[in-house]
Design a protein around this ligand. Structure first.
Ligand code: GAR
Length: 189
């Protein structure tokens, strides 16, 4: 990622599908003076995403990515809004290769596992079923292959005997909220 020039923050879109706790965290992070990004657009593939309420709360433009608003329209919107970075934050739709190519090297994602382990879904139950001793989360560049782009940063936590997929998800989410801003700082330094 190119260096930040002057004091201008990099216009960023956050893509979500659900609760949006990472989105909220990124919005808060973006408001800090030293943050290299501003969150200017929120995109969801479903109007049911609870995280969309943060668009209203923080007065950020939002768009639902449905059949009417296909990728082509989303790309024009991103261009119009001068978006230079896309952060996927619990976005559960797979973007086309064409879309990814148009934003090559400028889409990052947070994933709840220690990549390359457990790409895809149900990462916490898979870690528990395999009797792993550690799990965590990773921020990585998005490429055409699911959860396979270069890892920017990872955070590791211990799995305890009493952990369930639910307790692990909660603990990992706390780490995610530290990791995503740290990864963004890293790519602009
Ligand atoms: C997070 O744990 C994120 O890592 C995960 O979904 C959750 C979204 O939480 N993402 C994926 O599984 C993507 N493959 P949030 O909506 O509260 O940010």
């Amino acid at each position: 990622m190119e260096k930040l020039i002057g004091l201008k923050k990099v216009k960023t879109a956050v893509f979500i599908s659900g609760t949006g706790s990472n989105l909220r965290n990124l919005i808060k992070f973006a408001k800090i003076k030293m943050s290299p990004i501003s969150v200017d657009l929120i995109i969801s593939n479903t109007c049911k995403a609870k995280g969309l309420r943060f668009a209203d709360e923080f007065k950020i433009k939002k768009k639902i990515f449905d059949l009417r608003n296909n990728e082509k329209n989303i790309l024009s919107l991103l261009k119009k809004e001068k978006i230079k970075l896309i952060c996927l934050a619990g976005f559960m739709k797979i973007l086309s290769n064409d879309f990814i190519k148009k934003f090559d090297g400028k889409i990052i994602n947070i994933h709840p596992s220690l990549l390359p382990k457990y790409k895809g879904l149900n990462t916490h139950s898979r870690a528990i079923n395999n009797k792993d001793k550690f799990t965590g989360c990773s921020v990585h560049y998005v490429t055409a292959r699911l959860d396979s782009g270069k890892v920017i940063l990872k955070s590791i936590i211990k799995i305890l005997a009493k952990d369930t997929a639910t307790t692990l998800a909660k603990k990992v989410l706390i780490q995610e909220h530290k990791l995503y801003p740290a990864a963004i700082m890293k790519i602009f330094n």
